[in-house]
Design a protein around this ligand. Structure first.
Ligand SMILES: Cc1cc2nc3c(=O)[nH]c(=O)nc-3n(C[C@H](O)[C@H](O)[C@H](O)COP(=O)(O)OP(=O)(O)OC[C@H]3O[C@@H](n4cnc5c(N)ncnc54)[C@H](O)[C@@H]3O)c2cc1C
Length: 538
């Protein structure tokens, strides 16, 4: 069962998870030294929620739907933004200008159909909503003119493990199940989906599928795409259900059409996904590099070696320092292998040898055959880094209140173009922050032909003007990605915020084909208009 307690209106977490005044005062006193740039040291308090400041709802709930639809101001405000830096700032300042007119929380597919029928009759847009962790404006109910209202369709009641096929190792899971709920249900059967995005606590299976999310393991099955066996969705034109198959050569894949559809083609209600026994063997090492370039060479050599580690991340020294994964004196590679059966030791030793050949020094190394969670998990930089990884979203709450801008950019490119790309991002951040910002790089995922670099930008926030500041950094960095032929996203999706660069990236005939599919599946253009492409209205 999901935790149904209220989410914070601005912070990562639930009401009560926001940092308290004492913690913030302590942080403000030390943050400048930790981050390496000056901040003004003032702690700002979030604007208290004022229900009367919200625009009145423009559409009326039909009596037949009153049990699953609410026009409640708090519920509407909670779904007015997603989880990007600009979303957090708006919530922090009590600005809920894009609050939907109603929040529907259907309990079955029939009720989803009824909500879609209501939306068609009321000329309203519908925004499918999972965990609201979108960082690209994917759930922001900012719809173009021409609609008489907006309904956010929250999938929170669809949170059950429905079936487990332990012969084929697959599970049928409802789309609104968030990471912890889904993993707990599978754990009861000794299985795991082994899919850990950093937003794991709140993000849902349906959200992962339609945003083509990436888990925290660095190679092999990293994208949700690799784990999906079949998808079931309700579209305004009818039910979409694909066959359960391990693979298929029968024409273009219906699942792949929904993967990345970002709530514009249908509402995903459930999916069969591949699961596996929980790992029993793990091996992990932390390797240090004096020169970042040597770490890059090592990661590339490992990615091309065929050894397929479950983790192989390179983290810049400065980022390792302020995430407390290292002391900042060297760049850190976290190397890990795991298995529920075959031994990992030999592959682990070979990968370590490559890491050392490229100039690395092994700081800690542990594991190989021990049980999961025991000593083989290691207690070094790697284990510390993973803990910090899952807790990191909470740190942003403190940064925002203390006047620090925190934004991330993720992309993917080929190895031959990585270095120029990184230089371009560093220079764009320097220009847009007057040299006061800091940008660090790590690899979140690696492929034989290229890395997925993830850039973290931290800078003193222009208090009161953070959204414009954020926008200028976002545009400058996105331009660099585009000019260098890198993807506007590796796993954060397109939403509303990445559209200008996505439109340059996708071939025009493909865009036309997508628009035709949209017109067929969603003839009135009600689903998430403005996300992925211009709204199509008849
Ligand atoms: C701190 C933080 C860390 C993150 N880390 C990662 C990471 O490691 N890897 C990663 O891939 N992403 C990451 N993200 C981005 C985000 O978590 C993903 O995009 C995630 O997949 C969104 O899932 P969600 O359930 O929250 O979807 P939402 O944010 O609710 O929605 C995202 C999009 O999916 C649509 N949608 C949601 N549910 C459905 C459904 N059932 N049917 C149809 N459409 C639907 C929405 O309309 C919207 O377009 C992170 C975000 C934050 C804030």
């Amino acid at each position: 069962m999901s935790d149904k307690s209220q989410r914070s209106l601005w912070a990562w977490g639930r009401v009560g998870d926001e940092p308290d005044a004492d913690a913030l005062a302590g942080a403000a006193a030390n943050l400048g030294a930790l981050l390496g740039f000056e901040i003004d040291g003032e702690v700002e308090q979030p604007t208290p929620f004022d229900a009367d400041a919200l625009a009145p709802a423009r559409i009326e709930t039909p009596p037949a739907l009153s049990e699953i639809v609410t026009p409640d101001a708090r519920a509407r405000a909670e779904r007015a933004w997603g989880s990007s830096y600009q979303d957090v700032i708006h919530g922090f300042r009590g600005d809920f200008r894009f609050a939907p007119d109603a929040v529907a929380t259907p309990r079955d597919e029939n009720q989803i159909e009824q909500v879609l029928e209501w939306a068609a009759a009321a000329n309203a847009a519908v925004i499918p909503y999972g965990g609201g962790t979108s960082v690209v404006g994917g759930v922001r109910p900012e719809v173009p003119s021409g609609y008489d209202g907006v309904i956010t369709l929250d999938m929170g009641e669809f949170d059950q493990l429905l079936e487990l096929d332990d012969v084929s190792q697959a599970a049928r899971i409802q789309a609104g199940a968030a990471g912890p709920v889904l993993e707990k249900a599978l754990e009861a059967h000794g299985m795991t989906m082994r899919f850990y995005p950093q937003s794991f606590e709140f993000a849902t299976l349906g959200g992962w599928i339609v945003t083509r999310a990436g888990g925290h393991f660095a190679t092999v099955e990293t994208h949700i795409d690799d784990l999906v066996e079949s998808v079931r969705a309700i579209t305004p034109s009818g039910l979409w259900q694909s066959f359960r198959l391990p693979a298929s050569g029968a024409g273009p894949s219906p699942d792949r059409m929904l993967l990345g559809s970002e709530g514009t083609l249908g509402v995903v209600t459930e999916s069969w996904v591949r699961v596996r026994p929980r790992p029993t063997r793990r091996a992990q090492a932390s390797v240090l590099y004096e020169r970042f370039e040597d770490g890059v060479d090592a990661v590339r050599a490992i990615a091309q070696s065929g050894l397929r580690p479950s983790n192989c991340r390179l983290i810049e020294a400065e980022e390792a320092r302020f995430t407390l994964a290292g002391d900042g004196s060297a760049h850190l590679m976290v190397l890990g292998f795991e298995s529920a059966g075959a031994a990992v030791d030999e592959r682990f030793e070979q990968a370590k040898a490559i890491a050392v050949e490229c100039g690395g020094v092994v700081l800690r190394s542990s594991g190989g055959t021990g049980p999961e969670g025991a000593a083989s998990e290691g207690t070094g930089g790697g284990a510390k880094w993973r803990e910090t990884f899952i807790r990191a979203p909470y740190i942003r709450n403190t940064l925002v209140a203390c006047g620090v801008l925190a934004e991330t950019f993720e992309t993917v490119t080929t190895w031959d173009r990585f270095s120029a790309l990184r230089d371009g991002v560093i220079s764009a951040v320097a220009k847009t922050t007057d040299g006061r910002g800091k940008v660090t790089c790590r690899f979140t995922h690696i492929y034989p032909d290229g890395p997925a670099p993830y850039f973290t930008v931290l800078a003193p926030a222009a208090r009161g003007d953070e959204v414009a500041q954020w926008q200028s950094i976002k545009e400058a960095v996105s331009e660099v990605l585009s000019i260098n032929g890198a993807s506007i996203t590796h796993h954060h999706a397109v939403g509303r915020d990445h559209r200008p660069w996505y439109e340059r990236q996708r071939p025009e005939p493909f865009a036309a084909a997508l628009r035709a599919a949209k017109a067929e599946l969603d003839p009135t253009g009600m689903l998430n208009p403005g996300c992925l492409f211009d709204p199509l209205r008849p």
